[in-house]
Write a protein that binds this ligand. Sequence first.
Ligand code: HEC
Length: 453
Amino acid sequence: MNYPVWEVPIFGTVWVIGAIAIIHVLISHFAVGGGFFLALAEAKALKEGRRDWFPKLQAYSKFFLILTGVFGATTGVGIWFAIGLASPEGTSTLIHNFVFGWAIEWVVFMVELTIAAAYYYTWNRLPDKTHLRLGYAYGIASFLTLVIINGILTFMLTPGAVWLQTVGSGREAEVFFNAFFNPTYWPSLGLRTLVCISLAGIYSLVVFSRLDGETEGKVKREMIRWSARWLLPAFLLMPIFFLWYLYEVPAAQRDLMHLGISTIGPGAFTQVTRMALISIMTSATIVGVVYCLAYQSPRDFKFGHALSVLLLALVATGSTESVREMLRKPYVINGWMYSNGVRKTEVETFNREGYLTHSPWKPIEGASHLEIGQRMFYGQCMACHTLDGYRPIKGLLAGRDEKAIGNILDMLHKNQDDSPYKKFMPPLVGTDEEIAALREYLSKLVAQPDASK
Ligand code: HEC
Protein backbone atom coordinates (compact mmCIF):
# COMPACT_ATOMS: atom_id res chain seq x y z
CA MET A 1 0.00 0.00 0.00
CA ASN A 2 2.14 2.85 -1.27
CA TYR A 3 -0.74 5.24 -1.88
CA PRO A 4 -3.78 6.35 0.07
CA VAL A 5 -7.01 4.43 -0.51
CA TRP A 6 -9.98 6.11 -2.17
CA GLU A 7 -13.14 5.10 -0.39
CA VAL A 8 -16.34 5.45 -2.42
CA PRO A 9 -19.33 4.42 -0.29
CA ILE A 10 -22.10 2.28 -1.84
CA PHE A 11 -20.88 2.27 -5.45
CA GLY A 12 -17.25 1.46 -4.84
CA THR A 13 -14.47 2.71 -7.07
CA VAL A 14 -15.33 -0.06 -9.53
CA TRP A 15 -18.55 1.66 -10.47
CA VAL A 16 -17.11 5.14 -10.60
CA ILE A 17 -14.67 3.95 -13.23
CA GLY A 18 -17.28 1.73 -14.86
CA ALA A 19 -19.90 4.45 -15.26
CA ILE A 20 -17.44 6.94 -16.73
CA ALA A 21 -15.82 4.33 -18.94
CA ILE A 22 -19.06 3.01 -20.44
CA ILE A 23 -20.14 6.52 -21.46
CA HIS A 24 -16.68 7.22 -22.79
CA VAL A 25 -16.58 4.04 -24.85
CA LEU A 26 -19.97 4.80 -26.32
CA ILE A 27 -18.84 8.27 -27.39
CA SER A 28 -15.20 7.69 -28.28
CA HIS A 29 -15.93 4.78 -30.62
CA PHE A 30 -18.54 6.92 -32.30
CA ALA A 31 -15.90 9.66 -32.61
CA VAL A 32 -13.89 7.29 -34.78
CA GLY A 33 -16.71 5.75 -36.82
CA GLY A 34 -18.70 8.98 -37.09
CA GLY A 35 -15.72 10.78 -38.63
CA PHE A 36 -15.60 8.29 -41.48
CA PHE A 37 -19.38 8.37 -41.74
CA LEU A 38 -19.38 12.13 -42.30
CA ALA A 39 -16.55 12.03 -44.83
CA LEU A 40 -18.04 9.13 -46.78
CA ALA A 41 -21.52 10.65 -46.72
CA GLU A 42 -20.08 13.92 -48.00
CA ALA A 43 -18.17 12.08 -50.74
CA LYS A 44 -21.34 10.26 -51.76
CA ALA A 45 -23.33 13.50 -51.85
CA LEU A 46 -20.65 15.15 -54.00
CA LYS A 47 -20.43 12.21 -56.37
CA GLU A 48 -24.17 11.93 -56.85
CA GLY A 49 -24.69 15.68 -56.98
CA ARG A 50 -26.90 15.64 -53.87
CA ARG A 51 -26.40 19.10 -52.47
CA ASP A 52 -29.60 18.62 -50.48
CA TRP A 53 -27.65 16.28 -48.19
CA PHE A 54 -25.26 19.04 -47.20
CA PRO A 55 -27.40 20.92 -44.67
CA LYS A 56 -28.22 17.63 -42.96
CA LEU A 57 -24.57 16.68 -42.78
CA GLN A 58 -23.62 20.10 -41.54
CA ALA A 59 -26.13 19.85 -38.71
CA TYR A 60 -24.83 16.36 -38.00
CA SER A 61 -21.26 17.60 -37.76
CA LYS A 62 -22.30 20.14 -35.12
CA PHE A 63 -23.87 17.44 -32.99
CA PHE A 64 -20.76 15.35 -33.59
CA LEU A 65 -18.38 18.12 -32.56
CA ILE A 66 -20.24 18.85 -29.34
CA LEU A 67 -20.74 15.24 -28.33
CA THR A 68 -17.19 14.07 -29.01
CA GLY A 69 -15.31 17.30 -28.28
CA VAL A 70 -17.07 18.01 -24.99
CA PHE A 71 -18.46 14.78 -23.60
CA GLY A 72 -15.98 12.42 -25.22
CA ALA A 73 -13.03 14.49 -24.10
CA THR A 74 -14.21 15.11 -20.53
CA THR A 75 -15.10 11.48 -19.90
CA GLY A 76 -11.70 10.48 -21.28
CA VAL A 77 -9.93 12.71 -18.81
CA GLY A 78 -12.42 11.52 -16.19
CA ILE A 79 -11.19 7.97 -16.61
CA TRP A 80 -7.69 9.20 -15.91
CA PHE A 81 -8.69 10.90 -12.71
CA ALA A 82 -10.71 7.89 -11.62
CA ILE A 83 -8.14 5.17 -12.32
CA GLY A 84 -5.35 7.30 -10.87
CA LEU A 85 -7.27 7.50 -7.62
CA ALA A 86 -8.77 4.02 -7.58
CA SER A 87 -5.78 2.07 -8.80
CA PRO A 88 -2.67 4.22 -8.35
CA GLU A 89 -0.23 1.33 -8.40
CA GLY A 90 -1.63 -0.07 -11.64
CA THR A 91 -1.85 3.36 -13.26
CA SER A 92 1.74 4.01 -12.29
CA THR A 93 2.82 0.80 -14.02
CA LEU A 94 0.98 1.81 -17.18
CA ILE A 95 2.56 5.25 -17.17
CA HIS A 96 6.04 3.90 -16.60
CA ASN A 97 5.68 1.53 -19.52
CA PHE A 98 3.74 3.62 -21.96
CA VAL A 99 4.57 7.23 -21.24
CA PHE A 100 5.73 7.74 -24.80
CA GLY A 101 2.58 6.11 -26.17
CA TRP A 102 0.51 8.48 -24.11
CA ALA A 103 2.44 11.52 -25.22
CA ILE A 104 1.66 10.55 -28.80
CA GLU A 105 -1.98 9.89 -27.89
CA TRP A 106 -2.34 13.42 -26.56
CA VAL A 107 -0.77 14.94 -29.65
CA VAL A 108 -3.02 12.95 -31.98
CA PHE A 109 -6.00 13.82 -29.84
CA MET A 110 -5.29 17.54 -30.12
CA VAL A 111 -4.98 17.15 -33.90
CA GLU A 112 -8.26 15.24 -33.99
CA LEU A 113 -10.16 17.89 -32.01
CA THR A 114 -8.72 20.71 -34.07
CA ILE A 115 -9.74 19.09 -37.34
CA ALA A 116 -13.22 18.31 -36.01
CA ALA A 117 -13.74 22.00 -35.25
CA ALA A 118 -12.25 23.09 -38.57
CA TYR A 119 -14.48 20.62 -40.42
CA TYR A 120 -17.63 21.96 -38.82
CA TYR A 121 -16.78 25.64 -39.27
CA THR A 122 -15.73 25.38 -42.91
CA TRP A 123 -18.84 23.89 -44.52
CA ASN A 124 -19.52 25.97 -47.66
CA ARG A 125 -16.44 28.05 -47.03
CA LEU A 126 -13.76 25.83 -48.49
CA PRO A 127 -13.64 24.26 -51.95
CA ASP A 128 -15.56 20.96 -51.89
CA LYS A 129 -12.51 18.78 -52.26
CA THR A 130 -10.54 20.52 -49.53
CA HIS A 131 -13.42 20.23 -47.09
CA LEU A 132 -13.80 16.56 -47.90
CA ARG A 133 -10.08 16.04 -47.31
CA LEU A 134 -10.50 17.56 -43.86
CA GLY A 135 -13.17 14.95 -43.23
CA TYR A 136 -10.84 12.10 -44.15
CA ALA A 137 -7.99 13.64 -42.17
CA TYR A 138 -10.27 13.70 -39.15
CA GLY A 139 -11.17 10.04 -39.65
CA ILE A 140 -7.53 9.03 -39.83
CA ALA A 141 -6.51 11.06 -36.76
CA SER A 142 -9.33 9.65 -34.67
CA PHE A 143 -8.58 6.12 -35.80
CA LEU A 144 -4.96 6.67 -34.70
CA THR A 145 -6.14 7.46 -31.17
CA LEU A 146 -7.77 4.02 -31.14
CA VAL A 147 -4.66 2.38 -32.56
CA ILE A 148 -2.65 3.78 -29.64
CA ILE A 149 -5.01 3.33 -26.71
CA ASN A 150 -5.87 -0.19 -27.85
CA GLY A 151 -2.26 -1.24 -27.20
CA ILE A 152 -2.44 -0.03 -23.61
CA LEU A 153 -5.88 -1.48 -22.89
CA THR A 154 -5.11 -4.93 -24.27
CA PHE A 155 -1.78 -4.96 -22.47
CA MET A 156 -3.57 -5.15 -19.12
CA LEU A 157 -5.26 -8.45 -20.01
CA THR A 158 -2.41 -9.97 -22.02
CA PRO A 159 0.92 -8.27 -21.27
CA GLY A 160 2.67 -11.09 -23.12
CA ALA A 161 5.53 -13.41 -22.17
CA VAL A 162 8.37 -11.06 -23.11
CA TRP A 163 7.14 -8.21 -20.94
CA LEU A 164 6.40 -10.55 -18.02
CA GLN A 165 9.99 -11.80 -18.16
CA THR A 166 11.34 -8.27 -18.26
CA VAL A 167 9.20 -6.50 -15.70
CA GLY A 168 11.00 -5.53 -12.53
CA SER A 169 14.39 -5.49 -14.22
CA GLY A 170 14.25 -1.80 -15.02
CA ARG A 171 14.53 -2.59 -18.74
CA GLU A 172 10.82 -2.48 -19.50
CA ALA A 173 11.27 0.37 -21.96
CA GLU A 174 13.21 -1.97 -24.25
CA VAL A 175 10.19 -4.20 -24.70
CA PHE A 176 7.73 -1.39 -25.37
CA PHE A 177 6.60 -2.84 -28.68
CA ASN A 178 6.24 -6.37 -27.31
CA ALA A 179 3.96 -5.03 -24.61
CA PHE A 180 2.12 -2.76 -27.03
CA PHE A 181 1.50 -5.30 -29.80
CA ASN A 182 0.57 -7.93 -27.24
CA PRO A 183 -1.40 -11.13 -28.02
CA THR A 184 -4.89 -9.55 -27.98
CA TYR A 185 -3.86 -6.35 -29.80
CA TRP A 186 -5.02 -7.25 -33.33
CA PRO A 187 -8.27 -9.06 -32.60
CA SER A 188 -9.21 -6.30 -30.17
CA LEU A 189 -8.42 -3.60 -32.73
CA GLY A 190 -10.63 -5.46 -35.20
CA LEU A 191 -13.47 -5.75 -32.69
CA ARG A 192 -13.26 -2.12 -31.66
CA THR A 193 -13.14 -0.95 -35.26
CA LEU A 194 -16.34 -2.90 -35.95
CA VAL A 195 -17.92 -1.29 -32.89
CA CYS A 196 -16.88 2.15 -34.22
CA ILE A 197 -18.55 1.45 -37.55
CA SER A 198 -21.77 0.18 -35.97
CA LEU A 199 -21.97 3.06 -33.53
CA ALA A 200 -21.59 5.48 -36.44
CA GLY A 201 -24.65 3.82 -37.95
CA ILE A 202 -26.61 3.91 -34.69
CA TYR A 203 -25.92 7.57 -33.88
CA SER A 204 -26.72 8.48 -37.48
CA LEU A 205 -30.07 6.77 -37.08
CA VAL A 206 -30.66 8.95 -34.03
CA VAL A 207 -29.79 12.12 -35.95
CA PHE A 208 -31.71 11.31 -39.12
CA SER A 209 -34.75 9.85 -37.36
CA ARG A 210 -35.64 13.45 -36.55
CA LEU A 211 -36.15 14.32 -40.20
CA ASP A 212 -39.80 14.68 -41.08
CA GLY A 213 -41.01 11.61 -42.97
CA GLU A 214 -43.75 13.64 -44.69
CA THR A 215 -41.95 16.71 -45.96
CA GLU A 216 -38.46 15.26 -46.28
CA GLY A 217 -39.44 11.70 -47.08
CA LYS A 218 -36.90 11.12 -49.82
CA VAL A 219 -33.85 12.35 -47.93
CA LYS A 220 -34.99 10.63 -44.77
CA ARG A 221 -35.43 7.32 -46.58
CA GLU A 222 -31.96 7.52 -48.13
CA MET A 223 -30.20 8.61 -44.99
CA ILE A 224 -31.85 6.10 -42.69
CA ARG A 225 -31.17 3.24 -45.06
CA TRP A 226 -27.59 4.29 -45.57
CA SER A 227 -27.06 4.53 -41.80
CA ALA A 228 -28.62 1.12 -41.23
CA ARG A 229 -26.12 -0.46 -43.63
CA TRP A 230 -23.30 0.60 -41.31
CA LEU A 231 -24.33 -2.19 -38.96
CA LEU A 232 -23.66 -4.82 -41.55
CA PRO A 233 -19.85 -5.21 -41.20
CA ALA A 234 -20.18 -5.87 -37.47
CA PHE A 235 -23.01 -8.31 -38.06
CA LEU A 236 -20.87 -10.31 -40.48
CA LEU A 237 -17.41 -10.05 -38.95
CA MET A 238 -17.90 -9.63 -35.19
CA PRO A 239 -18.09 -13.39 -34.45
CA ILE A 240 -14.82 -14.03 -36.28
CA PHE A 241 -12.88 -11.37 -34.40
CA PHE A 242 -14.53 -12.38 -31.14
CA LEU A 243 -13.36 -15.99 -31.53
CA TRP A 244 -9.88 -14.82 -32.46
CA TYR A 245 -9.85 -12.62 -29.35
CA LEU A 246 -10.94 -15.50 -27.12
CA TYR A 247 -8.29 -17.69 -28.68
CA GLU A 248 -5.58 -15.22 -27.59
CA VAL A 249 -6.93 -14.81 -24.05
CA PRO A 250 -4.92 -16.95 -21.59
CA ALA A 251 -6.42 -20.33 -20.80
CA ALA A 252 -7.09 -19.49 -17.14
CA GLN A 253 -9.30 -16.59 -18.18
CA ARG A 254 -11.01 -18.56 -20.92
CA ASP A 255 -11.81 -21.25 -18.37
CA LEU A 256 -13.79 -18.70 -16.46
CA MET A 257 -16.15 -18.50 -19.42
CA HIS A 258 -16.14 -22.24 -20.07
CA LEU A 259 -17.02 -22.80 -16.46
CA GLY A 260 -20.05 -20.60 -16.98
CA ILE A 261 -21.06 -22.23 -20.23
CA SER A 262 -20.78 -25.78 -18.92
CA THR A 263 -23.01 -24.93 -15.97
CA ILE A 264 -25.81 -23.50 -18.07
CA GLY A 265 -27.88 -26.60 -17.25
CA PRO A 266 -28.08 -26.13 -13.48
CA GLY A 267 -28.49 -22.39 -14.05
CA ALA A 268 -25.29 -21.50 -12.24
CA PHE A 269 -23.84 -19.05 -14.73
CA THR A 270 -20.74 -17.21 -13.75
CA GLN A 271 -21.10 -13.47 -13.86
CA VAL A 272 -18.78 -13.33 -16.87
CA THR A 273 -20.90 -15.71 -18.88
CA ARG A 274 -24.10 -13.91 -17.93
CA MET A 275 -22.63 -10.60 -19.08
CA ALA A 276 -21.32 -12.15 -22.29
CA LEU A 277 -24.79 -13.52 -23.04
CA ILE A 278 -26.38 -10.11 -22.42
CA SER A 279 -23.86 -8.57 -24.76
CA ILE A 280 -24.57 -11.09 -27.54
CA MET A 281 -28.33 -10.91 -27.12
CA THR A 282 -28.52 -7.12 -27.10
CA SER A 283 -26.24 -6.92 -30.14
CA ALA A 284 -28.47 -9.36 -32.02
CA THR A 285 -31.56 -7.40 -30.97
CA ILE A 286 -30.02 -4.17 -32.28
CA VAL A 287 -29.42 -5.71 -35.69
CA GLY A 288 -32.96 -7.13 -35.76
CA VAL A 289 -34.62 -3.87 -34.73
CA VAL A 290 -32.56 -1.82 -37.17
CA TYR A 291 -33.37 -4.15 -40.04
CA CYS A 292 -37.09 -4.43 -39.33
CA LEU A 293 -37.83 -0.87 -38.31
CA ALA A 294 -35.22 1.32 -39.95
CA TYR A 295 -34.35 -0.51 -43.12
CA GLN A 296 -37.80 -1.78 -43.98
CA SER A 297 -39.77 1.39 -43.26
CA PRO A 298 -37.27 4.25 -43.06
CA ARG A 299 -39.84 7.05 -43.37
CA ASP A 300 -41.67 5.91 -40.26
CA PHE A 301 -38.52 5.44 -38.24
CA LYS A 302 -39.03 7.62 -35.17
CA PHE A 303 -36.65 9.35 -32.78
CA GLY A 304 -37.95 7.10 -30.00
CA HIS A 305 -37.05 3.99 -31.99
CA ALA A 306 -33.56 5.33 -32.57
CA LEU A 307 -33.11 6.18 -28.90
CA SER A 308 -34.07 2.66 -27.87
CA VAL A 309 -31.48 1.29 -30.28
CA LEU A 310 -28.93 3.61 -28.67
CA LEU A 311 -30.01 2.38 -25.24
CA LEU A 312 -29.49 -1.20 -26.35
CA ALA A 313 -26.05 -0.20 -27.60
CA LEU A 314 -25.34 1.24 -24.15
CA VAL A 315 -26.27 -2.08 -22.55
CA ALA A 316 -24.22 -4.03 -25.09
CA THR A 317 -21.21 -1.77 -24.55
CA GLY A 318 -21.54 -1.91 -20.79
CA SER A 319 -21.75 -5.68 -20.65
CA THR A 320 -18.94 -6.22 -23.16
CA GLU A 321 -16.58 -3.91 -21.30
CA SER A 322 -17.47 -5.53 -18.00
CA VAL A 323 -16.73 -8.98 -19.45
CA ARG A 324 -13.34 -7.68 -20.50
CA GLU A 325 -12.76 -6.30 -17.01
CA MET A 326 -14.00 -9.44 -15.28
CA LEU A 327 -11.84 -11.69 -17.41
CA ARG A 328 -8.85 -9.98 -15.87
CA LYS A 329 -9.77 -10.72 -12.28
CA PRO A 330 -8.02 -10.99 -9.87
CA TYR A 331 -5.40 -8.98 -11.72
CA VAL A 332 -5.17 -5.39 -12.84
CA ILE A 333 -2.20 -6.40 -15.00
CA ASN A 334 -2.56 -10.05 -15.77
CA GLY A 335 0.07 -12.27 -14.20
CA TRP A 336 1.89 -9.35 -12.60
CA MET A 337 -0.21 -7.12 -10.38
CA TYR A 338 -3.41 -7.93 -8.49
CA SER A 339 -6.39 -5.58 -8.55
CA ASN A 340 -5.45 -4.22 -5.13
CA GLY A 341 -1.98 -3.17 -6.31
CA VAL A 342 -0.08 -6.09 -4.73
CA ARG A 343 2.51 -7.51 -7.13
CA LYS A 344 2.67 -11.26 -7.45
CA THR A 345 6.37 -11.13 -6.59
CA GLU A 346 5.68 -9.27 -3.32
CA VAL A 347 3.38 -11.89 -1.83
CA GLU A 348 6.04 -13.85 0.01
CA THR A 349 7.81 -10.78 1.36
CA PHE A 350 4.53 -9.39 2.65
CA ASN A 351 3.65 -12.69 4.28
CA ARG A 352 7.01 -12.84 6.00
CA GLU A 353 7.59 -9.22 6.93
CA GLY A 354 4.09 -7.82 7.01
CA TYR A 355 1.86 -6.02 4.53
CA LEU A 356 1.51 -2.82 6.51
CA THR A 357 5.16 -2.82 7.56
CA HIS A 358 6.03 -1.89 4.00
CA SER A 359 3.44 0.82 3.75
CA PRO A 360 3.70 4.53 4.53
CA TRP A 361 0.18 4.07 5.97
CA LYS A 362 1.20 1.63 8.64
CA PRO A 363 -0.61 2.26 11.91
CA ILE A 364 1.42 3.98 14.56
CA GLU A 365 3.06 2.04 17.36
CA GLY A 366 0.51 0.57 19.72
CA ALA A 367 -2.43 0.86 17.35
CA SER A 368 -5.45 -1.28 18.16
CA HIS A 369 -6.17 -4.51 16.34
CA LEU A 370 -9.23 -2.93 14.84
CA GLU A 371 -7.18 -0.15 13.33
CA ILE A 372 -4.72 -2.60 11.85
CA GLY A 373 -7.56 -4.75 10.56
CA GLN A 374 -9.25 -1.78 8.99
CA ARG A 375 -6.11 -0.80 7.09
CA MET A 376 -5.72 -4.36 5.89
CA PHE A 377 -9.27 -4.25 4.57
CA TYR A 378 -8.91 -0.85 2.95
CA GLY A 379 -5.63 -1.78 1.33
CA GLN A 380 -6.41 -5.29 0.12
CA CYS A 381 -10.15 -5.63 -0.25
CA MET A 382 -11.63 -2.25 -1.06
CA ALA A 383 -10.50 -2.32 -4.69
CA CYS A 384 -13.42 -4.71 -5.28
CA HIS A 385 -15.67 -4.53 -2.21
CA THR A 386 -17.57 -1.83 -0.37
CA LEU A 387 -18.77 -2.03 3.20
CA ASP A 388 -22.47 -2.16 2.40
CA GLY A 389 -23.09 -1.24 -1.21
CA TYR A 390 -21.58 -2.90 -4.26
CA ARG A 391 -20.20 -6.36 -3.40
CA PRO A 392 -20.84 -5.50 0.26
CA ILE A 393 -18.49 -7.19 2.64
CA LYS A 394 -21.07 -6.98 5.43
CA GLY A 395 -23.65 -8.71 3.27
CA LEU A 396 -21.23 -11.33 1.97
CA LEU A 397 -20.10 -12.20 5.48
CA ALA A 398 -23.49 -11.88 7.16
CA GLY A 399 -24.34 -14.70 9.53
CA ARG A 400 -20.73 -15.84 9.91
CA ASP A 401 -19.00 -15.82 13.26
CA GLU A 402 -15.36 -15.02 13.87
CA LYS A 403 -14.31 -18.61 13.37
CA ALA A 404 -16.05 -18.93 10.00
CA ILE A 405 -14.57 -15.63 8.88
CA GLY A 406 -11.18 -16.87 10.00
CA ASN A 407 -11.64 -19.93 7.77
CA ILE A 408 -12.40 -17.79 4.74
CA LEU A 409 -9.38 -15.59 5.40
CA ASP A 410 -7.28 -18.68 5.80
CA MET A 411 -8.39 -19.91 2.39
CA LEU A 412 -7.74 -16.50 0.86
CA HIS A 413 -4.31 -16.42 2.45
CA LYS A 414 -3.23 -19.90 1.39
CA ASN A 415 -4.66 -19.34 -2.09
CA GLN A 416 -4.32 -22.99 -3.02
CA ASP A 417 -5.23 -24.23 -6.47
CA ASP A 418 -8.43 -25.83 -5.26
CA SER A 419 -9.61 -22.67 -3.51
CA PRO A 420 -12.88 -21.51 -5.05
CA TYR A 421 -11.73 -17.92 -4.52
CA LYS A 422 -8.48 -18.14 -6.42
CA LYS A 423 -10.13 -17.38 -9.76
CA PHE A 424 -11.45 -13.99 -8.77
CA MET A 425 -9.75 -12.85 -5.56
CA PRO A 426 -6.08 -12.13 -4.95
CA PRO A 427 -4.32 -13.94 -2.12
CA LEU A 428 -4.67 -12.25 1.24
CA VAL A 429 -1.16 -11.23 2.25
CA GLY A 430 0.36 -10.36 5.61
CA THR A 431 1.67 -11.87 8.81
CA ASP A 432 -0.49 -14.03 11.06
CA GLU A 433 -1.03 -11.06 13.38
CA GLU A 434 -2.18 -8.84 10.55
CA ILE A 435 -4.60 -11.47 9.31
CA ALA A 436 -5.91 -12.01 12.84
CA ALA A 437 -6.48 -8.26 13.09
CA LEU A 438 -8.42 -8.32 9.82
CA ARG A 439 -10.51 -11.19 11.17
CA GLU A 440 -11.34 -9.21 14.28
CA TYR A 441 -12.21 -6.13 12.27
CA LEU A 442 -14.48 -8.06 9.90
CA SER A 443 -16.20 -9.94 12.75
CA LYS A 444 -16.94 -6.67 14.46
CA LEU A 445 -18.37 -5.22 11.23
CA VAL A 446 -20.68 -8.16 10.79
CA ALA A 447 -21.72 -8.27 14.43
CA GLN A 448 -22.61 -4.58 14.45
CA PRO A 449 -23.90 -3.80 11.01
CA ASP A 450 -23.96 -0.06 11.74
CA ALA A 451 -20.43 0.31 12.99
CA SER A 452 -18.45 0.89 9.84
CA LYS A 453 -15.45 2.44 11.51
C1 HEC B 1 -10.09 -8.55 -7.41
C2 HEC B 1 -11.25 -8.18 -6.70
C3 HEC B 1 -11.43 -8.67 -5.28
C4 HEC B 1 -10.62 -8.39 -4.21
C5 HEC B 1 -9.36 -7.54 -4.17
C6 HEC B 1 -11.26 -9.02 -3.09
N1 HEC B 1 -12.39 -9.66 -3.48
FE1 HEC B 1 -13.69 -10.67 -2.31
N2 HEC B 1 -14.84 -11.12 -3.89
C7 HEC B 1 -14.60 -10.70 -5.17
C8 HEC B 1 -15.66 -11.18 -6.02
C9 HEC B 1 -15.80 -10.91 -7.52
C10 HEC B 1 -16.53 -11.94 -5.21
C11 HEC B 1 -17.82 -12.64 -5.61
C12 HEC B 1 -18.91 -11.66 -5.24
C13 HEC B 1 -20.27 -12.16 -5.46
O1 HEC B 1 -20.49 -13.37 -5.47
O2 HEC B 1 -21.14 -11.28 -5.59
C14 HEC B 1 -15.97 -11.88 -3.87
C15 HEC B 1 -16.54 -12.51 -2.77
C16 HEC B 1 -16.08 -12.38 -1.47
C17 HEC B 1 -16.67 -13.03 -0.32
C18 HEC B 1 -17.86 -13.95 -0.31
C19 HEC B 1 -17.36 -15.34 -0.48
C20 HEC B 1 -18.40 -16.40 -0.31
O3 HEC B 1 -18.01 -17.55 -0.19
O4 HEC B 1 -19.60 -16.06 -0.30
C21 HEC B 1 -15.91 -12.68 0.76
C22 HEC B 1 -16.13 -13.11 2.20
C23 HEC B 1 -14.85 -11.82 0.29
N3 HEC B 1 -14.99 -11.67 -1.06
C24 HEC B 1 -13.89 -11.27 1.08
C25 HEC B 1 -12.80 -10.55 0.63
C26 HEC B 1 -11.76 -10.04 1.47
C27 HEC B 1 -11.69 -10.22 2.98
C28 HEC B 1 -10.87 -9.40 0.65
C29 HEC B 1 -9.59 -8.71 1.05
C30 HEC B 1 -8.62 -9.51 1.71
C31 HEC B 1 -11.38 -9.51 -0.69
N4 HEC B 1 -12.55 -10.21 -0.67
C32 HEC B 1 -10.75 -8.97 -1.81
C33 HEC B 1 -13.56 -9.93 -5.62
C34 HEC B 1 -12.53 -9.46 -4.82
